[in-house]
Design a protein around this ligand. Structure first.
Ligand code: ADP
Length: 567
């Protein structure tokens, strides 16, 4: 992939270069005027600035000597014009640019022409016009085009024309600045950056020199075109014309040879093998390590499997015990209710008989005590009934099916005494929900009964039932104009035996706990909003029904009447 794309790009380059920069002929003479020759003769060696960090254009070879396309070109120019050069090199382009701005150089090589630079420098014709490419990590195919880099971390060299162009093109890009293109490649290699954008020749040279870099060319950026030229300060007499004329004498073949030499193509194959050999030992050691790790992993997995099996067996035992305990609780709740109901019926029955037959014979204190027995027995009866309902809500097997609230709610309202039925208003239509018919009718009945019950005596209860549907969720509201609930009580009243109303309101404190349990069984939630003293709005949230068959109208068990509703 990498070499394929590189070949195509180099092909593109060679045709582009042929078109703009170099004569097809092999003209070696620079045509100089007498004035130019005289000027050259008077000049001391001219200070030519270049960076050592721009291979293949300018760099230090392994012996530390300055080399590169730019050096070879200056040598040719010197041969063909008689100009003498003294190369002033710096480790980054930023430092060279500073020298040029401080007027400490006569000219620089390897410079792209930009409108800002044109204000201070004059430029020769280009001697290299390589495309600009996106370089990323091998196998990372996200960045085939510049526009795909807008969210990427892009490593870029300081003061480079491509860096400035990128900032304009993608103002939101996260640019990580480095001193040199090589540092940018390193940042991508180390995954500290996602990509860098660089001259194709600079990239080719780096990839050839570092075959194990793990980098690849991901895409081309044709909209960035930065041909490389020589740039001279504006006050350097005929220097620019001489350099420009000299560049014109360098033929296409000469330029190809120079470039190919510095692109290190010959290193590609040989260095790869060397690289592989170097890594062979490491690879073998790595394989051995992997085998050892696999064995260790195998051992640990076996140990873990054994431990998990034991834990599962333990869990099964606990589950069985829990199921047994649940069953026992259920049986206990039933027998509690049945066994207590008999004696309780006897207490309240005989107390009623006493009241009917012997009321006249009792003094006022005796009568009051007898009334207390009767109301205590009634409260206990309610309590037993509610505990039984709570136990059923906790342990019943739920079967979720489609329930049309449109028919369930009116049916439940019909259970109220006629004069109370008038207090209810249903905002039709009510949707269908997914629920268990028995549990849901129990929940709604409890909310309706509370809505009627917790209204001050001097107020006519007004209860509104409405629903909201959103996506696959239905929220059913029961709103009343009763006593309301103080903010600090709104959470706790959903727990068993928690009550917040004054004691003259009858109740066991179990109704909302039943609602909570039952709604949870139906994968829903319950809550309340309230304005203290003015009313409450209880809601239950359930899944909307899908396409299942609606539950039969009389499908739910009638055990929902919790408290005797005073008529
Ligand atoms: P109970 O009604 O038997 O007291 P609940 O569990 O049904 O038990 O209700 C718990 C408490 O929540 C009630 O005692 C009351 O304080 C409060 N409550 C429930 N419904 C309402 C309501 N609609 N308006 C005001 N308070 C309410």
């Amino acid at each position: 992939m990498r070499l394929g794309l590189m070949t195509i790009l180099l092909g593109y380059f060679l045709s582009a270069v042929g078109a703009i920069a170099f004569p097809a002929s092999n003209e070696k003479q620079v045509a100089l005027t007498q004035a130019e020759r005289d000027w050259i003769a008077q000049q001391p060696p001219l200070r030519a600035g270049m960076t050592t960090a721009y291979p293949p254009f300018s760099y230090r070879d392994p012996t530390g000597k300055l080399a590169g396309v730019d050096v070879d070109i200056l040598n040719l120019i010197s041969e063909r014009t008689g100009l003498k050069f003294k190369i002033v090199d710096r480790s980054s382009w930023e430092k060279v640019a500073k020298l040029a701005l401080d007027n400490q150089l006569d000219f620089c090589s390897g410079v792209a022409q930009t409108p800002e630079r044109l204000e201070k420098f004059s430029f020769t014709r280009p001697y290299s016009d390589s495309p600009v490419v996106i370089v990323g990590q091998e196998g990372d195919y996200r960045f085939q085009h510049i526009s795909l880099l807008s969210e990427a971390r892009i490593a870029m060299p300081r003061q480079h024309s491509v860096t400035a162009a990128l900032a304009k093109r993608l103002p939101s890009a996260r640019v990580i600045l480095a001193d040199t293109p090589a540092e940018c490649f390193k940042l991508v290699e180390q995954k500290k950056a996602d990509a860098t954008i660089a001259n194709l020749f600079v990239t080719t040279r780096y990839l050839n020199e570092n075959p194990g870099s793990g980098l690849m060319i991901c895409g081309v950026v044709r909209e960035f075109s930065f041909p490389i030229r020589l740039a001279a300060a504006r006050d350097k007499g005929p220097l620019l014309d001489i350099l420009d004329n000299a560049l014109a004498t360098i033929s296409l073949e000469e330029m190809d040879r120079i470039l190919s030499k510095h692109l290190l193509f010959e290193l590609q194959g040989g260095q790869r093998i060397e690289f592989l050999q170097q890594w062979m030992g490491k690879i073998v050691a790595g394989c051995l390590l992997v085998v050892a790790l696999l064995l260790l992993w195998n051992f640990l997995v076996r140990k873990e499997v054994r431990a998990r099996r034991l834990a599962e067996a333990e869990l099964r035992k606990v589950n069985d015990e829990l199921r047994e305990a649940n069953q026992e609780t259920k049986v206990f709740a039933y027998s509690l209710s049945h066994d207590l109901k008999g004696p309780l019926r006897a207490i309240s029955g005989f107390a009623e008989i006493l009241k009917e037959d012997y009321q006249d014979k009792l003094d006022p204190e005796g009568q009051e005590n007898l009334d207390r027995v009767i109301s205590g027995a009634s409260r206990m009866s309610n309590l037993i009934r509610d505990i039984l309902l709570y136990s059923r809500a906790s342990h019943s097997e739920t079967t979720l099916q489609t329930i049309p609230l449109n028919s369930m709610v009116p049916q439940l309202i019909n259970e109220f005494p006629p004069e109370q039925r008038k207090c209810f208003e249903i905002v039709s239509p009510l949707p269908e929900v997914k629920g268990d018919p028995t549990l849901l009718s129990q929940c709604i009945a409890n909310l309706l009964a509370n809505a009627v019950k917790f209204v001050p005596n001097d107020r006519v209860p007004k209860i509104r039932i409405r629903a909201e549907s959103e996506d696959s969720i239905v929220k059913l509201w029961v709103e009343d104009n009763g006593i309301g609930i103080a903010p600090e009580d709104r959470e706790r009243i959903f727990k068993i035996f928690e009550r917040a109303a004054p004691s003259d309101y009858d109740g066991t404190g179990i109704g909302l706990a039943i609602v909570t349990k039952a709604i949870k069984q139906m994968e829903g939630t319950v809550g309340v909003e309230s304005e203290f003293g003015k009313g409450s709005r209880f809601w239950i949230r359930l899944h909307a029904a899908g396409k299942e068959k609606p539950a039969a109208k009389s499908g739910h068990t009638r055990f929902f009447r919790r408290q005797p509703v005073p008529s």
